[in-house]
Design a protein around this ligand. Structure first.
Ligand code: ADP
Length: 294
């Protein structure tokens, strides 16, 4: 099983002609409310990929329907708490050219406490994986307590911020980053330097760097393996990384060989970028199998 301590956000998406300017009141021509948050997206991708995934998180009690969406997607939500704190949410403006501007409020995602972590980890088996991102509170506790219990720890420090450098990163077994996050964590700018830095300082962990349409790289001590992306017509790359992580980790945690797991992650995320949206762009396992059989 995979226990994901992750954000659940409500994305409020407004279609606008241009981004709102200071002092302006701008009418929006379309409005959608969607389930989002890196945590929820990754749980959905894990569940779609066939993993047994427990989500640990929190939302406002009036938003229980979003919990139902997670459940319908196959995510075990017994550790998703309904709180009286507003749900995490994003106010997203999208222009006709597809650019976006986002205001994010952490809300209930910040109500995870050391005790939440302890309780959720009581119910784990020795072969379980723990996954977390950088959108919820108490990430340091998640990493530390998971390691103390001897569980495998996967960490996706997204969105990247300075607090990541203060975390007990020695508790991490698998670090998953995109190029921007890799550069920020290592303090290097070229990919060659980034790889050398991980090889020097991250001997304790495996490191995955997703490279957008270039694919993905896995660094394990002195070994570097690269898997190319699939060539597709990308229309919206939102949740590409989340889809990759869910599909990769579902396979890898189930003892699929790393190269095969990387390939499944690339196939699923290639399908996701051909579709609009975040959670709803995540493909099913059958779709990924069909895509790989082509
Ligand atoms: P993030 O969304 O976290 O920034 P990336 O952009 O690196 O992550 O994308 C994650 C994965 O999604 C990549 O490793 C790749 O397999 C796939 N992907 C992303 N963009 C494309 C694309 N344009 N074409 C095909 N695959 C893509």
């Amino acid at each position: 099983a995979v226990i994901n301590f992750g954000s659940i956000n409500i994305d409020h998406v407004y279609s606008v002609d241009h981004f709102v300017r200071p002092g302006e009141t701008l009418a929006s021509s379309n409005y959608q409310q969607l389930l989002g948050g890196k945590g929820a997206n990754q749980s959905i991708a894990l569940a779609q990929a066939g993993a047994d995934v427990k989500h640990v998180g929190s939302i406002h009690e009036s938003d229980a329907s979003f919990k139902q969406t997670l459940i319908k997607n196959g995510v075990d939500c017994r550790y998703v708490r309904c709180h009286d704190v507003p749900s995490g949410h994003a106010i997203i403006q999208v222009t006709p050219s597809g650019e976006n501007a986002i205001v994010l409020f952490g809300g209930a995602n910040q109500t995870i406490t050391p005790d939440t972590v302890k309780k959720a980890l009581l119910d784990t088996g020795s072969s379980d994986w723990v996954l977390t991102q950088n959108e919820t509170s108490c990430i340091d506790e998640v990493l530390r307590q998971a390691r103390e219990k001897g569980l495998k720890v996967a960490f996706n420090p997204a969105p990247m911020s300075d607090n990541v450098h203060e975390l007990p990163l020695d508790c991490v077994d698998l670090l998953i980053v995109n190029e921007t996050e890799a550069a920020a964590i290592t303090g290097q700018s070229s990919l060659d330097e980034i790889v050398s830095c991980f090889q020097e300082k991250w001997q304790h962990a495996e490191v995955l760097i997703t490279l957008g349409k270039e694919g993905v790289m896995m660094i394990r001590k002195d070994e570097v393996e690269k898997v190319p992306a699939f060539k597709v017509e990308a229309v919206d790359t939102t949740a590409a990384g989340d889809t990759f992580i869910g599909y990769f980790l579902s396979a890898y945690s189930n003892h699929t060989d790393a190269r095969q797991a990387l390939k499944r992650g690339c196939a699923a995320s290639a399908l996701a970028v051909t579709r609009q949206g975040a959670a709803q762009s995540i493909p099913s396992q059958q779709e990924v199998d069909r895509f790989l059989a082509k």
